[in-house]
Write a protein that binds this ligand. Sequence first.
Ligand SMILES: [Ca+2]
Length: 448
Amino acid sequence: MGLAVACLIGLLGNAARVQGQTAPTVQIQLDRSAGKTAKVTVNTPGASGNCEVQYAPSLAAPIQWQTLTNLLISGNSQVVSDPVPASGNRVYRALVKPPSGTAPAITVQPTDVGVKAGEAATFAVTATGTSPMTYNWRFAGRNLVDDSRISGSGTSTLTISGVQLFDAGGYQAVISNAFGYITSRVAVLSVTMVTNNPGAPIDLDPNKWIWIPAGNFVMGSPNSEADRYDDESPITQVSITNGFWIAKKEVTQAEYQATMGNNPSWYKNNANNPVEQVSWHDATNYCAKLNELGRADRSLPRGFAYRLPTEAEWEYAARAGTTTRFSFGDDPNYSLLASYGWFSVNGADTTHPVASKQPNAWNINDMYGNVWEWCMDWYGTYPGGAMNNPRGPQTGTLRVFRGGSYNSPGGDCRSAVRNFVSPDEAYADIGIRIVLAPEPPPPPGGGG
Ligand SMILES: [Ca+2]
């Protein structure tokens, strides 16, 4: 036997698999150069760590491994030179230990934050551990992602700008690296309501939404009211137990087109005119689509949903605290009505741009005229007496719409007037006004 290295073995010794990291692999190549030196090359692709190269005189048991040298592999390969004895064989192996490191540990926990609605809130966490470390902020059990209001959801510092009431709650950071993960304490964001509308959870665009506070009113008309219809009685003492927003304006053709992708209107000369030729089903589908979009982009205040007004909510908003035929008075000869709405006298048998007449005392436009407005309720006889949050009969065949239109005589625009048709039918003088109201709706029931 001459000078030789008879056997060469590549082993992965003691290389416990590290979760989340590719285990090192080892290749040993022999470089038999002239003379008596062997070169062993250790390749550890994708890994670095403590590597030990050993040799033994043979593979006969018991193998007598001896450490050749220690070296720290920082790259992918290292070369070890070994002066081989003049005779005999040697076998080699390399032991690559997994990279060493420590799991994340939190040194500074995120603290509770209190801000006013509209302000920014910041949560920060400080952690030690082997790099790289990843951060992931969570809210209400789900991972946050950056969007127009949230930044830093994947860093040690989370910022929420333009905080709204529905951002309130618990925030938590999950920090991880190759060696494990840790979850921070839950830091609480509390939001102080700042609103010009007492009782409203937040302020919405006052050019679009009017906050209607909870309150009481008399639904229907007294027998003495001129031009009344029989179905406006028995009058009913109504309590609206929860505030809600009502749209300041009828839904325009532009808004309907943008949300639903079509414009079913008969009078299409101006996209700012109210949408019409929509059935009750079209109107409720429109609300459902708004809810879907509002939940997706987080613009829908938590606990609220878009829907049609109940008949009671509609009349409550139309009356704006009054008991007269109109919110601006009884207007016996309908002379004032032209300042507040488009009806048969000034309507020219067409729709008109929304909010082009004076609003009522609660700043709501076109409650009288332009287009009738679908309500949620089935048509039925009023209960009379006193009732909380009436929602009409539980079943029916006709849905209610309210307020008169561009072709209605003045008497049909009164606050108390009720109209009704099949929910499947669509007409060029019936449109949509929506509310943004507590979800689920407050229950109807006996009044107090
Ligand atoms: Ca109207």
